[in-house]
Design a protein around this ligand. Structure first.
Ligand SMILES: Nc1ncnc2c1ncn2[C@@H]1O[C@H](COP(=O)(O)OP(=O)(O)O)[C@@H](O)[C@H]1O
Ligand SMILES: [Mg+2]
Length: 464
């Protein structure tokens, strides 16, 4: 964080300084995990259900924390507030307000936020010092935590913004008002909480409505609900996608046998060849959004293309493709799932497995609410229509995937429902053959054991 005195911090968070010198400077990072605290840092204590952060004030101070921010005073300098989470947001906003040179990029969407954010961080790092969150730190805790990592040298701050309801993104944008906002897509992720796709579109559109004056809205030209957001902002709109009216476009898209796309990046400033090293057709759109943001930051097309072509997956369990010594190729996309990202991954499986046997181990998709049945059925239909050879559906809750797949006439594949991940592993142990391509995907942790076992090569593929 930029150096701030305890007096300045207390003022920023509307808190009371207890037992400390107001002039003491916080120069280190702001952490809510006492194990991450370093010299000169600020420890933020949350009173959670399982543990009370205030109990870790001692170790945090021993690790170098100069003060503790929490809802009660602990031994040593403390900044006491009514609401720790709100205080973190306020502190982050105070830091943003002190750094007028900072360009803030906000990214939202139903699927692909993290993948796109990682590409943006990769590109913008070529232009100047860039801060972005690790993995998916995209909520009211992870976002201010990331913001608090910036300092005077930071030029770009890339923030993933997640939403589980109306107003969530507005709140995140109040902490860090974006200069550039990018929207990947509007799908049905978390529809259980939202109620309808329209509500999801409204929630995502908050990111363009919150743009600073003179800001730029980067919109996915290939998603109708995202395009429609152009009407909701005064900002300059940049359409990116494969649609013919997109300003930042991909022409001549080809996929290699790993599902990695090559294309010609077309921009008003020129064209350049891109050869992505991340798998899946959907990465084309993600990379175009990143290219549009990089262009707004002044990057030339050739440099954008070179950086995109050098970009490798930065966050785990997302389209992580690896070959095992027995000739089996695994697509570990198990981080999380919703019907949109399932379809994207199934397309990648089919593109990648030309002439090979294609298997998909698919788990339950959480948080679909009333769309639960239909969401799972949709995935089963897509799998069968794409001609996936074997479906292994993990858990009874995911069974509608199986039901819908086997109902597709003339599907040449087979499907099985197994009780849990161990049973899926047992099935693979029996059935995996050299040359197979296996996609593993489900909502958070529901297929992680399967993916990890395949990575550990504990399942030998047997030649039939
Ligand atoms: N543009 C996209 N459209 C559909 N699915 C996508 C897209 N980009 C990534 N995915 C898939 O969505 C899942 C989540 O990706 P991630 O980048 O972590 O998104 P998020 O941060 O929005 O959850 C992964 O399985 C990934 O392969
Ligand atoms: Mg994410």
């Amino acid at each position: 964080m930029i150096p701030m005195s305890l007096a300045e911090i207390a003022a920023a968070v509307d808190g009371t300084l207890v037992g400390g010198d107001p002039a003491t400077l916080v120069t280190g990072s702001v952490e809510f995990d006492s194990r991450k605290v370093g010299p000169g840092g600020l420890f933020v204590a949350f009173a959670g259900e399982k543990a009370d952060g205030h109990d870790f004030a001692g170790p945090a101070r021993a690790a170098g924390a100069v003060a503790v921010l929490g809802t009660r005073a602990t031994e040593g300098p403390s900044v006491v507030v009514g609401d720790t989470l709100a205080a973190m947001g306020r502190l982050a906003r105070a830091v943003v307000d002190r750094l007028p040179q900072l360009t803030i990029v906000g990214v939202t969407g139903s699927s692909g936020k993290t993948s796109t954010k990682d590409m943006m961080v990769g590109l913008l790092s070529q232009v100047g010092p860039t801060v972005g969150p690790p993995g998916s730190f995209n909520n009211e805790l992870g976002l201010p935590h990331t913001v608090l990592k910036v300092d005077e040298s930071t030029r770009f701050l890339v923030l993933e913004m997640g939403a589980r309801g109306i107003g969530h993104i507005t709140y995140l944008c109040e902490i860090a008002p974006p200069t550039i906002s990018a929207v990947v897509n509007v799908g049905v992720a978390h529809i259980g909480e939202f109620g309808s796709v329209e509500a999801i579109a409204t929630a995502k559109s908050e990111i363009v409505r919150a743009l600073r004056p003179g800001g730029v809205a980067v919109l996915n030209a290939d998603d109708e609900r995202v395009r429609a957001m152009a009407e909701q902002t005064e900002a300059t709109v940049v359409l990116a996608g494969e649609a013919s009216d997109a300003i930042i476009r991909a022409d001549q898209v080809h996929l290699d046998d790993r599902g990695r796309a090559s294309y010609t990046l077309s921009t008003p400033d020129g064209r350049a060849s891109v050869r992505l090293r991340v798998s899946g057709r959907h990465q084309v759109g993600n990379s175009l959004l990143a290219a549009a943001v990089a262009r707004s930051a002044g990057m030339e097309p050739a440099d954008v293309a070179a950086a995109l072509s050098a970009h490798t997956p930065a966050s785990t369990r997302r389209m992580d493709v690896f070959d095992r010594p027995d000739g089996v190729t695994v697509i570990d996309d198990s981080y999380n799932a919703n019907p949109g990202s399932m379809a994207a991954a199934l397309h990648a499986l089919v593109a990648m497995g030309d002439g090979r046997r294609r298997l998909a181990v698919l788990g339950y998709m959480a948080e679909l609410g009333e769309q639960e049945q239909e969401g799972h059925r949709q995935v089963g239909r897509v799998a069968a229509e794409l001609g996936v050879d074997r479906l292994v559906v993990v858990g009874a809750q995911a069974a509608p995937i199986h039901d819908a797949a086997v109902a597709i006439p003339n599907w040449g594949g087979e499907s099985v429902v197994v009780s849990d991940q161990d049973a899926a592993v047992a099935w693979l142990r029996e059935s995996l053959q050299p040359g197979d391509v296996v996609l593993v995907k489900g909502s958070r942790y529901r297929t992680w054991t399967v993916a990890d076992t395949l990575r550990g090569e504990e399942i030998p593929a047997v030649t039939p």
